[in-house]
Every structure is written in C-alpha cells, then in structure tokens.
Design a protein. Structure first.
Length: 325
C-alpha cells in the first residue's frame, strides 16, 4: 500500500518507505558491536570529557527572553570551534543545560521551541560546517565531509564530530556551572548524538530526531538523497571502508545508552531511510518513540506535528531530570 502522503512528497516516484511498514521498522535490529567498539568510544570520551574548553563569549543581545552569545571553545584535536550560547536573562542559574545539534546543512538560526525557559543552551556547529566553522577541521558537505578520514577508524570525521559534542558540553558547563545536560539533535545531529551521548554520564536524557548513521548493513543497500548516498557509493568502490563504519553505527552505539531517549522516526524519508532511523530507536532500552509521517519533507499537518514534538521534548527533559533526582 502506498504511503497516504505520497502525493505531497518532492520525489513521489520513489517509495520513501523502502517497502517497510511500521511493524517491519520496529523489527529492524541494531548492528551488534564489533570487537573493540566499547573500548574505542570510552577511550575517546576519557580524552575529551571535562577537558578545558577555554570558552570565549561575544555578546549578541537578547532573543526570545534569553541572552545570546557567540561562543568559541577548544574541541577535539585542538581546534577552536564556534557556536552559540543562550541563557535566561533574569540571572537565575539554569536548572539544565541543553546541547542542541543540527542537520548536515549546519546551523544559521537559533531554535528555542524544544528548550525550557529555565535552561541554558549551547548550539554547537560541527567541524567543517555552517557559516561559523566552514572548512575548520573538515571539508564542507559538498566537498566530501561525510567521507573525510574514512580510511581509518581513528581519523573518520564522524568520530571527531561526536567528540566535539563532548567538548561543547565542556564549554557549556564551564560557562554556566555543573548542571545536568540534555541532548537534542536532528538528522546528522541525531546520529552524532547517538554516537556520543551513551559514553557521557553528564547527560540525563536525549531527543534524537530522524537520526542518521544507523544500521549500515541496511543503509548501504538503500539509495537515498542524503549524505548516505556518498557513503554507499564509496563503499561500493572501497569495500574495506565497511570495517571502519562498524565503529560509527548509531544503532550500535544506542545499545549502550542508559538514559531516557526520545526518538522521532519517520515512516517515509528519502534522505535518511526509515530502517536506519528505527534501528537507532529499536536499540534504546528506555525509549519514548514518536512515529512521524515523514522526515526531510513537507506534508499536510507538519506544523501541528512539530508543535506536538516540541512540547514532548520539553516534557521529556523534565521527566529525565526527575528520574535522575
């Protein structure tokens, strides 16, 4: 049966369900960890977690009832990366810190819809991406960001981007105090978050929205419009890269998550195929799952869906804080 919104999608010729209904998606299994997977990630975290951020703030005024700053801080490999920090204007210490990732397009605007009023939030921009960090430590997406360093587990860009989230957390805590942390990330940011958060006990919860980089056994078989297509084509020409990717499967990392995770996964998505998204969700032990009609696409009812999801993340943050108290 065709997806009910097929007529609204930008590429209605190809079936963005890839032949999976919801039952089949909930049955997709995460990829088991290869030998050395846990040690690799725990060692990466030991090297990065809590390292001095030497954060520097540049005031940008007030937005949405918050003080906003551009922030520069030290990240993996000694890079200085830039992002944005926002905190309540009334001077009250924040109750929670939110690290808010982004999609593969980078970030050029701040979005507070999922952020509680009493939270401080750091919007990191991944190395190589966006206006703030273009070509810093990695090439732009159109120049092959997703393939950068793929010849080696130690060099692959996704591992460094995940480590950069720990450095963003270092900067946030350096600036606002040792508050509990919560992660939000979409698409690229959802997959990178799934790789990073399980190893960092400063995080009490996470929302992963249409997460990328999940279930490479399937992902490499499914043509798509996103960065996954570059990876799929590369592995077809360089099959040895498959062994590197085993260490960067978001579904594998999610098996190690011991915090509440809200996952928003789509039934239809031509950019991040749904089986990969659901594999990440299916790996999580403490899961709050929202099934979306589609991802990376406009469809009827999108704004109502977004409003519901924004409110649900705010509730999930509150519940995650309560469960840790």
């Amino acid at each position: 049966m065709a997806h009910p919104y097929t007529q609204w999608f930008p590429d209605a010729v190809r079936d963005g369900t890839y032949g999976y209904d919801l039952d089949a998606l909930r049955a997709v299994e995460p990829v088991a960890p290869p030998p050395g997977f846990e040690d690799f990630w725990r060692c990466r975290y030991v090297d990065a977690g809590g390292a001095p951020a030497d954060a520097v703030l540049t005031p940008l005024g007030q937005r949405a009832g918050r003080e906003v700053f551009e922030v520069e801080y030290t990240a993996a490999g000694g890079l200085r990366l830039r992002g944005w920090l926002a905190r309540p204007v009334d001077g009250r210490p924040p109750r929670v810190g939110v690290v808010f990732g982004h999609g593969y397009g980078g970030r050029d605007a701040l979005d507070f819809d999922r952020v509680p009023d009493d939270a401080a939030v750091l919007f990191p921009v991944a190395r190589g991406l966006g206006a703030l960090n273009a070509r810093v430590g990695a090439p732009l997406p159109e120049e092959g960001h997703v393939l950068f360093g793929i010849e080696s587990v130690d060099d692959y860009v996704l591992g460094w981007c995940a480590a950069d989230l720990w450095h963003a957390a270092n900067a946030l805590r350096e600036l606002v105090g040792e508050v509990p942390l919560y992660y939000v990330g979409e698409s690229f940011g959802g997959g990178i978050g799934a790789l990073a958060v399980p190893w960092d006990d400063r995080f009490v919860g996470a929302t992963l929205i249409v997460p990328s980089f999940g279930q490479y056994d399937l992902r490499l078989q499914l043509p798509c419009e996103g960065s996954g297509e570059l990876v799929r084509e590369h592995v077809a020409q360089h099959p040895e890269a498959r062994e590197v990717l085993r260490f960067f499967d978001a579904s594998t990392a999610a098996l190690f998550a011991r915090i509440p995770v809200r996952a928003e996964c789509a039934l239809w998505d031509g950019v991040v195929p749904p089986p990969g998204q659901f594999a990440v969700a299916d790996a999580v032990q403490d899961l709050d799952l929202e099934v979306l009609p589609a991802g990376h696409a406009e469809y009827p009812g999108l704004q109502e869906t977004l409003a519901r999801c924004h409110a649900a993340t705010r509730r999930h943050i509150e519940a995650s804080l309560t469960s840790q108290s």
